[in-house]
Ligand binder design. Structure first.
Ligand code: GDP
Ligand code: IMO
Ligand code: MG
Length: 423
């Protein structure tokens, strides 16, 4: 069996959590392969809403195995909070969750370093989620990190060495750690709690599942434009968010990858700093933010809003090898007279359809304007009910992106999902 991958094609928050939950019944297992509690994946069903950070979005279906892969960075304290809440609401997490021994641990000092690094950047802040993501991946790459499996071998010694390193770094940044002992006590408690979960060699588990003919869905976090290699560097996260990240983040060989589901919103959003060519600073941007409730699931920060960017989407589709597209939140545009789509960039009077090395103010988006569909689509049950203008919009996107749109999401609830018939 192959491994399918589902990931975001924009700057995150495309609606990955919702669709992973919807697709889970098709699979035997669901796995997260990168990122950490910087993610906030929202699911809504039966009148309830859940936000998942480190735990895969496949936990609410029918007992599928849910795996936190080696490519993930885990904060024990936030994991404990998340898991306790889920257990309270009746999810039998201990029986379905497996965590890789190789996940890297986010320590209290990683979070302090994240804040200190941001402060040191002055006006050039990345606008991180403050969850210690950058420093934890830095330690992983510089071969100083602490892995979950380490809690079973000389843990105190390894922790102390890393702690001292971090204190030196904080000192160099002029940051004075406050109440570190209290934070560490809570962290150590959370490590004990974590040990109560099934901690495994997840690369073997996943390959064994495949050998047995079982199917696996990989859940991306963040989005392609936040990828450490291909995103809007340096305003990116610290992991590979693209489909290749599923291979290294789970121990799955490239020839095992099957479908790649690329998720995008019918418009575009971004949290934190960094370039955003189609950003709207006017009343339309505010209207999209209000109608789409575009506020961060983790930080509550206002998301910046703008028109859909097909230059960036084509780039993301290419990098990920997307085989099927999933369009989210088209309902947010239900009342608009006109909809714009950026089909090319104009840079110093030259038009290009290729995503450039540097995205800065010199980019002028070239827009195509399409008529709005002016219909409330949120209660529709099948694509036959779609208004003509909306069908035309889908046709237009499929032609521009050379990839089929197989699912359309028309509201936050699990039920507001239209799977399109294959033509
Ligand atoms: P993720 O990080 O990619 O999982 O996305 P988030 O959960 O951070 O953000 C997506 C937001 O949009 C959440 O509040 C979802 O409940 C909501 N959402 C998902 N799909 C739709 C949709 O089709 N329409 C509307 N209006 N909201 C949606
Ligand atoms: P999900 O999985 C949107 C952004 C931050 C910041 C940059 C770096 O919910 O789509 P980090 O804390 O990772 O070092 O921050 O990346 N960012 C996200 N934006 N959705 C996310 O996750 C994000 N995770 C990180 O806002 O600009
Ligand atoms: Mg999110």
């Amino acid at each position: 069996m192959k491994v399918d991958v589902l990931l975001g094609l924009q700057w995150g928050d495309e609606g990955k959590g919702k669709v992973v939950d919807v697709l889970t019944p098709r699979y035997d297992a669901v796995a997260r392969f990168q990122g950490g509690p910087n993610a906030g994946h929202t699911l809504e069903f039966e009148g309830k809403k859940y936000v998942l950070r480190s735990i895969p979005s496949g936990i609410f279906q029918h007992g599928q195995v849910n795996i936190i892969g080696n490519g993930v960075v885990l904060d024990p304290v936030l994991f404990k909070q998340e898991a306790e809440e889920l257990e309270k609401s009746g999810v039998d997490l201990r029986s379905i969750l497996r965590i890789s021994k190789k996940v890297h641990l986010i320590t209290p000092t990683h979070r302090l370093l994240d804040a200190a690094n941001e402060k040191a950047k002055g006006g050039k802040k990345i606008g991180t989620t403050g969850k210690g993501i950058g420093p934890t991946y830095t330690d992983k790459i510089s071969r100083n990190g602490l892995r979950l499996g380490d809690v079973f071998h000389n843990f105190k010694e390894k922790y102390s060495a890393l702690r001292q390193r971090h204190l030196d770094q904080l000192k160099a940044l002029g940051a004075e750690p406050q109440d570190l002992e209290a934070l560490e006590e809570k962290w150590m408690d959370a490590i004990v709690y974590l040990k109560g979960f099934s901690i495994v060699d997840s690369e073997f588990l996943i390959n064994q599942l495949l050998k047995e003919g079982k199917s696996v869905l990989c859940e991306g976090a963040q989005g392609t434009l936040l990828d450490i290699d291909f995103g809007s560097y340096p305003f990116v996260t610290s992991s590979n968010t693209i489909s290749a990240g599923a291979c290294s983040g789970l121990g799955v060989a490239p020839n095992k990858i099957g479908e790649v589901f690329g998720i995008f919103k019918a418009y575009c959003t971004r949290v934190g700093s960094g370039p955003f060519p189609t950003e709207l600073f006017d009343a339309t941007g505010k209207r999209i933010r209000d109608l789409g409730h575009e506020y961060g699931a983790v930080t509550g920060r206002e998301r910046r809003c703008g028109w859909i960017d097909l230059v960036a989407l084509r780039y993301a589709i290419m990098l990920n090898g997307v085989t099927q597209l999933i369009m989210m939140k088209s309902d947010v545009l239900d009342g608009f007279d006109e909809i714009k789509a950026c089909v090319a960039y104009k840079i110093k009077d030259v038009e290009t359809r290729q995503f450039p090395f540097s995205i800065d103010e010199s980019i002028e988006p070239v827009y195509k304007t399409l008529p709005g569909w002016k219909t409330d689509m949120t209660k529709m049950q099948s694509e036959d009910e779609f208004p003509k203008e909306f069908k035309d919009y889908i046709d237009f996107l499929e032609k521009e992106l050379e990839t089929p749109i197989t699912i359309v999401s028309i509201g936050p609830d699990r039920s507001q999902t239209i799977v399109r018939e294959k033509k």
